[in-house]
Write a protein that binds this ligand. Structure first.
Ligand code: RFL
Ligand code: PHB
Length: 390
């Protein structure tokens, strides 16, 4: 098979970049390791920045999002029984976020691509990338057969565990990483949310988050030690622990219901740089991971897609090598700022097993400063609604 851009992975990074390229008249083939049903059902993030919503609107893929997405004008931080509202109209006037699941974003984009009749090959795993310095070729396995995709550029959108980053010689990229000593156990249930806005709660027993997908579907998370197994968390234990970590008034409003989905995600901060080597561009989780505390993973993937598509369009139309060169530095500026915010929020809200007494005091001081200072809350609000996409 032959195309302009071979995109590995049909997550947000791959689907958004493919749609942006298609809109500019550039040919793409997406190869996706997993089956269609699996990709359409996978539950992950839930908060969209305005720039992500605008990108989806620009693509004509936002009609359901505009109908069903919930506009949120703030969220709550709880430190024990003390609650602090991060109120966007006061702190960052005119800005907001939209609560709409990644699952729905992926469904809308897959439908958008299929309606246009463009190639999206499920159950097709990229296993090698050849000739990156010249005209690249992506070698794939599909139902026991080999499929070869020849192209001018490869977009590695295959997530943290994908092939693209690992296919590069180790000396070509520098990685920076923190593995946190905990993960998040998430439960999705068809019960009304405990609070009308998201609640990020720090307690002596660990962190908890009340999120939602709609007025009838809730998404809850609790911090659990790294390596914890789902089998150790029968549903009753989860609900009891969640309540104990929330302020009493919010805990009293938690409604229980059977889990539609349950999973444990490890928390890490990770960056690989540069994000472009020869004719391969890395996008989204393939290049960087943020802990979910800032609600940034999906939004960062969408920003990369925007920058990468812009660079590829200039390169493919006019041979503009400088545009390709600029991709990595442009994307990484936003990536590092977003890593900083996600790391700061993670440190602010979680219980760390081995803080020194001094570090524990620093965490207390940071929490009381956020509660007391309009400026500190503005920093949180400005980052949470999303930095500008230039
Ligand atoms: P994705 O969404 O992981 O998509 C990558 C796609 O590539 C496919 N793939 C391959 N295809 C072909 N050949 C290969 N060799 C391939 N290897 C992999 C995979 O099947 C997959 O379909 O990456 P993308 O597009 O960069 O999007 C990033 C976001 O998905 C991610 O940042 C966020 O969802 C992170 N994240 C969360 N973020 C939040 O803000 N809130 C959350 O609650 C939240 N939960 C999560 C998460 C990420 C998780 N991961 C990566 C395991 C929960 C989990 C479990
Ligand atoms: C979610 O709804 O899945 C969600 C929301 C906010 C976060 C992380 C996850 O920070």
């Amino acid at each position: 098979m032959q195309t302009d851009v071979c995109i590995i992975g049909a997550g947000p990074a791959g689907l958004i970049s493919a749609a942006l390229l298609a809109q500019a008249g550039i040919e793409t083939i997406i190869v996706e390791h997993r089956a269609r049903d699996y990709v359409l059902q996978r539950v992950r993030a839930g908060v969209l920045e305005q720039s992500t919503v605008e990108t989806l609107r620009h693509l004509g893929a936002a009609s359901r999002l505009d109908r069903e997405g919930l506009v949120h004008e703030g969220f709550v931080l709880a430190f024990g029984e003390t609650t602090v509202r991060i109120a966007f109209p006061d702190l960052v006037p005119g800005r907001h976020v939209t609560v709409y699941g990644q699952t729905e974003v992926v469904r809308d984009l897959v439908a958008h691509r299929e309606a246009a009749g463009l190639p999206l090959l499920f159950e097709t795993e990229a296993v090698a990338i050849e000739n990156l310095d010249g005209s690249p070729r992506v070698v794939c396995r599909r139902a026991g057969e080999t499929v070869l995709v020849s192209c001018r550029l490869v977009f590695g959108c295959d997530g943290f565990h994908g092939l693209a980053r690992r296919a590069l010689p180790p000396e070509a990229i520098k990685t920076s990483e923190i593995a946190y000593p905990f993960g998040w156990l998430g439960v999705l249930a068809d019960v009304p949310p405990a609070h009308e806005e998201l609640v990020y709660a720090a307690s002596d027993r660990g962190f908890a988050l009340c999120s939602m997908r709609s007025s009838t579907r809730s998404r809850y998370y609790i911090q659990v030690p790294a390596g914890e197994r789902l089998e150790d968390w029968p549903e009753e234990r989860f609900w009891a622990e969640l309540r104990r970590r929330l302020p009493a008034e919010i805990a009293a409003r938690v409604r229980e219901g059977p889990a539609i989905e349950r999973s444990i995600a490890p928390l890490r901060s990770f960056v690989a740089e540069p994000m472009r080597i020869a004719h391969l561009l890395l996008l989204g989780d393939a290049a960087h991971v943020v802990p979910p505390t800032g609600a940034k993973g999906l939004n960062l993937a969408a920003a990369d897609a925007w920058y990468a598509a812009r660079a590829a369009i200039k390169f493919l139309r006019a041979g503009d090598e400088a545009a390709l060169d600029a991709y990595s530095a442009t994307a990484l500026t936003r990536v590092w700022r977003t890593e900083r915010f996600s790391w700061m929020m993670t440190k602010l809200m979680h219980t760390f097993p081995d803080l020194t007494p001094f570090e524990a005091k620093m965490q207390d001081a940071e929490r009381s400063y956020v509660a007391a200072s309009h400026a500190a809350r503005t920093v949180i609000a400005e980052n949470y609604v999303g930095l500008p996409l230039d």
